[in-house]
Ligand binder design. Structure first.
Ligand code: FAD
Length: 76
C-alpha cells in the first residue's frame, strides 16, 4: 500500500497489484458462491466515492434481479 501524511495506508501500490496476491484473491472470490467484492479495498483499485456507490448499486440490482428470477422459477 502507498502511504501518505502520517503513514496511514491510503492506496494499493502498483507493486502490490503485480505481486499476484490480488489475482489469487480474485480467483478465490470467483470460485466462492455468494461472495462479491466491490469498492476500493475489495478490488485494490483507486475509485472516488461516486464510483464505489455505483458499483454497490449495480451489484445490488444484479443480485435482486437474480433472486426475483429464482423466486419466480421456484414457484412454478
Ligand atoms: C485521503 C483521501 C481523500 C479522498 N477524497 C475523496 C474525495 O474528495 N471525493 C471522492 O469521491 N472520493 C475521495 N476519496 C476516495 C473515497 O474515500 C473512496 O472512494 C471510498 O472511501 C471507497 O469506499 P470503499 O467502501 O470502497 O472502501 P473504504 O472506504 O476503504 O472501506 C473499506 C472498509 O473496510 C474495512 N475493513 C478493512 N478490512 C476489513 C476486514 N478484514 N473486515 C472487515 N472490515 C474491513 C475498513 O475499515 C473500511 O471501513 C478519498 C480517499 C482518500 C484516502
Amino acid at each position: 500500500m502507498n502511504t501518505s501524511g502520517r503513514g496511514r495506508s491510503l492506496l494499493p501500490s502498483a507493486a502490490f497489484r503485480k505481486c499476484g496476491i490480488v489475482q489469487k484473491y480474485k480467483a478465490l472470490a470467483e470460485a466462492t458462491p455468494g461472495v462479491y467484492f466491490v469498492g476500493r479495498l475489495a478490488t485494490y483499485k483507486y475509485y472516488n466515492m461516486d464510483q464505489v456507490v455505483a458499483q454497490a448499486l449495480t451489484i445490488y440490482t444484479q443480485l435482486s434481479r437474480r433472486e426475483r428470477l429464482e423466486t419466480v422459477a421456484g414457484g412454478q
